[in-house]
Design a binder for this molecule. Structure first.
Ligand code: TMP
Length: 251
């Protein structure tokens, strides 16, 4: 492998300098973490599957006009992306009660919400990614009111699209987390979708059985994590090119 400059290493991905200015290479690791990295494991093949699923989702979102950082997949674990200035927010969109929403309000998991909810969390591991309001976001200059409006509109479009895309293959989209970044053109900036969309960042339930097909299998020690991620890819019709992942032999 050629030596190249590491720009940033997160819990599940590494960003390297890209081949041209304004580009980066996003490398998907097999590392899985939960509860702010208190729980850790290596799940062989996870990075390969998430690279492929995220490629598929970002490409489809691009075709419906949701601009995002994805340029092209380079190999099993890497994709070429546009460099963005990450907005330090985790944007969560929920259709059904689960996870921290269930805990915070003492609600049963699985209760459909009368309308989709968007929440913002400040992306700061040291603080455990606290829930924040638009007041905090503008007060601390994490994003402008215009950027928040753009993020809300784009997130609802992403949600509508993903609901339909997953529903068509027998999967219920319970909730998901996305991140956004700024790209600059002269003195003007625009917000585009960044990061990844994969079973690491979504709650995906089998529509018939409600079986979990996402990272909750890891968080809650339910087993068969890779098998479930693979099943998501298979249903989306994108498993054919990477049969070795199923055998656990992906490098
Ligand atoms: P939550 O119910 O734990 O707040 O999670 C909401 C959604 O966000 C769920 O689909 C999982 C995803 N998520 C991440 O992608 N990264 C995180 O660090 C957390 C806490 C949640």
């Amino acid at each position: 492998m050629t030596r190249r400059k590491k720009i940033y290493e997160g819990k599940a991905k590494i960003l390297y300098e890209g081949p041209e200015p304004g580009t980066l290479i996003q490398y998907f690791k097999d590392d899985a973490t939960a509860f702010n990295a208190q729980k850790k494991a290596v799940l062989e093949g996870k990075g390969v599957i998430n690279n492929r699923i995220s490629e598929y989702v970002m490409t489809r979102l691009n075709t419906i006009g949701v601009q995002n950082h994805f340029i092209k997949r380079l190999n099993l674990r890497e994709q070429l992306i546009r460099e963005v200035e990450i907005i330090p927010l985790e944007v969560v969109c929920r259709n059904i009660v689960a996870g921290s929403l269930a805990t915070r309000f003492g609600l049963p998991e699985g209760q459909p919400l009368p309308r989709s909810i968007i929440e913002f969390y400040f992306k700061e591991d040291k603080l455990n990614d606290p829930l924040v309001t638009e007041e905090h976001i503008t007060c601390f200059n994490w994003a402008t009111t215009q950027e928040i409006d753009d993020i809300l509109a784009m997130t609802l479009r992403v949600n509508d699209f993903l609901l339909g895309m997953f529903n068509a293959v027998g999967i219920t989209l319970v909730d998901f987390k996305i991140e956004y970044g700024r790209i600059w053109e002269g003195e003007f900036s625009r917000v585009i979708l960044a990061d990844e969309i994969s079973p690491d960042s979504c709650r995906l339930w089998d529509s018939t059985t409600n079986e979990k097909l996402d990272k909750d299998r890891f968080r809650r020690d339910l087993g068969n994590v890779i098998e479930s991620y693979t099943e998501v890819a298979r249903r989306l019709g994108i498993m054919k090119e990477m049969p070795r992942v199923i055998e656990g032999g992906a490098a």
